[in-house]
Design a protein around this ligand. Sequence first.
Ligand code: AHR
Length: 352
Amino acid sequence: MGINKAKKLTTIGYKAAALLTGVTILLTGCGSFKGFAVSEVKTEDGDIETVSDDALISVGFSQLGSESTWRSANTESVKEALSTNDGFFLIFDNARQKQEKQFKAVRSFISQRVDYIVICPVIQEGWEMVLTEARDAGIPVILLDRSISVNDDTLYTTFVGEDMYAEGASAGKWLEEYLEDKGMDGKDINIVVLEGTSGSSAQVGRTRGFGAIAARHMNWNMLASANGEFTQAKGKETMERLLHEFDDIDVIVCQNDDMAFGALEALDEAGIKTGEKGDKILISFDGTKKALELVKEGVINVDVECNPNSGELLAQLINDLEAGKKVDKTNYMEEKVFTKENVDEYIDERNY
Ligand code: AHR
């Protein structure tokens, strides 16, 4: 589809000898994005054509960081779907977990007069001012992956991402059924949670979703919730601290796979096993290949999928908006729950 689309683009008249495709040349010295850039695209016949930026849909993308395996897969998915050959001109910015950096990136996209702004918001709160500036400039904002908390939902056009509450609830329901199957539903169960970035919709949603199921069970004791920042290093450090504080943990919930990998390092060093060969239940989120392999080995009991491949749907939504179509306000990705029973079907095709 990308090549066909490239064929349709208005060229400015010459075939470049370069063998590069999708390379964007930005001519400098310009105050605004419009009218100063040309890009090379590959046509159906394999020719390289140069198109003016006006023929491409310009998108400023503020990615929140690169903290996890999941995040890298999400960035890749967007870059692949919004390629020059697909008719897009992507300006990428990595905010390295700082909301301030996201504000700066959005303001820079506004001053470059991009056609669309896409944001993966690091945390939920605090977006009103910068999104008002984007709306005043007439630039549609699309939220990707994580949602935000604002009173006025006209501040963004659409959201495409994951239902974090549903993910947390799926983990809770899995535990409920598992304990029942093992005849442990009357027993006291001590739970610790390694949470992701505080105030992110992923942390808030998963905590609330799991909490709603936990509230149905008086015997589920939430011993502690600690911030592991969605990283492997912090996951390890946090697990070490929790093992030091509590010697009676039954269930470890890691709100992403990277923290689970870190937690497993700490557990291994302490000589503790999880899953079917251990005495602690390990629950994780994301569904990366390495984690699915650990599900298969019986080390992680359950992994609730968080689907990072939202690039294609994002591109579709932008194309629909360009065509003047009405799009849904909320677009959730399809997600699964992986256990030893079904994981074999999915491991091979997983590329992150
Ligand atoms: O927002 C999605 C979450 O953020 C993923 O679970 C995690 O791995 C990432 O860093």
